[in-house]
Design a protein around this ligand. Sequence first.
Ligand code: SDX
Length: 422
Amino acid sequence: MSKNAVINLDGKDIELPIIEGTEGEKAIDIRKLRAESGYITIDSGFGNTGSCESTITFIDGAKGILRYRGFTIEELTEKCSFEKVIYLLMYDKLPTDDELSSFNEDLKKYSTIDNDLFKSLFSSMPKDAHPMSILSAALSVLSTHESENLNPLDPAQVDIAAKKLMAKIPLIAAASYKYSKGEEFNVSDSGLNYTANFLHLMFSNGSDKYDLKPAVETVMNKLFVLHADHEQNCSTSAVRFVGSSQANLFASVVAGVNALSGPSHGGANQKVLEQLQSICDDGGDASKFIAKAKDKADPFRLMGFGHRVYKNFDPRAKLIKQSCDEVLNVLGLNDPLLNVAKELSQTALNDKYFSDRKLYPNVDFYSGIIYKAIGFPVEMFTVLFAIGRLPGWITQWKEMHAVDNRIGRPRQIYSGENERSL
Ligand code: SDX
């Protein structure tokens, strides 16, 4: 295959290198284009533009494949704890037992927060403040107490900052939930692993310890693993972009939290549940909502459906759907929303509008059913996504610094007024 692409601009041939990845993906490297031709490219939404080369995550959108560091999510969710996947992503290696044990000890060491500090922070917000806004504010406040771990160019400081973020985000999430219920904050139980401790922080109430069912811990571990990374999605790109200005890791992660909160991205899991509930309340007839989603005059979209990259079933949705039935059975629940979801998905998948546009259920379509069954309030769903995605954000931010941390600064084509006088 030719190593160069040749484009002819204004009668001049411009040769641009072709890059091929380890999975056969190809790109035209346009880094010399402007210098050699004066032209730039434009691609609003960046649907056709690569921002980097990366060794972290591979997605094949046509085949519905997702791998972290070469391992499939099917195998990782079967065989690995969330902590092991965090380690694999962050350090680009599967940990030995000793390495994982030492990593977990560090996370436990940092698994504390200043309750008074966060109570005063939460009290400054409206009672119905959205948990993603609370998380964004809390992580910024956290960074003000970490001045010795903010240098983005010092690997030792970055490692401590990364571990503190991973260790403290469950505490902050649970504390905001407890505050909203007027309950005392729980403290970490060092005898529990990461996921079990988070469920304890959320649902224990003082001496009344949470009755942790193995199936619930297993499915939460699986959900965290499935959300851990997803190459250059909107929030990860925000983390990389903000980090490229040499903003510290906390500030870059806060950008990711805010990007994830949008209903087109991580906020969709909350919207899916609200949408399913509306269908349920409306008598359970999905066809009305399908018609709205197809109506170009109506901004309504079927939440949890469609994806920029997957033009096949999102492999995460498949795995999460399997777990829905398992968890509801274990908890002895029969949630009508699951039946509505299944009927909605089937109706849409049989509809030409969706099949023509290759719109399939994505990661957000079924996850909320499980979160609801476990007892999480719907407003917390996107925070759960953020906890899962945090290791991916950190890993991608570290790779940006390691490979090319020049400040991100796209160009534009000006289409406004030419020079004129007042
Ligand atoms: C996540 O990028 C990632 O990797 C994200 C994520 C991750 O792990 O980080 O996977 C997590 O964000 C999943 C997506 C969650 N969002 C939703 O479920 C919201 C509903 N979905 C859509 O808003 C939409 O599908 C997006 C935002 C996910 C993708 O949008 P694109 O790629 O910009 O697609 P598009 O808007 O260009 O749509 C193409 C066509 C359009 O119709 P036409 O103009 O061709 O006639 O498909 C239609 C759209 O109107 N369409 C939908 C639809 N999604 C796309 N129509 C109805 N309902 C939908 N959900």
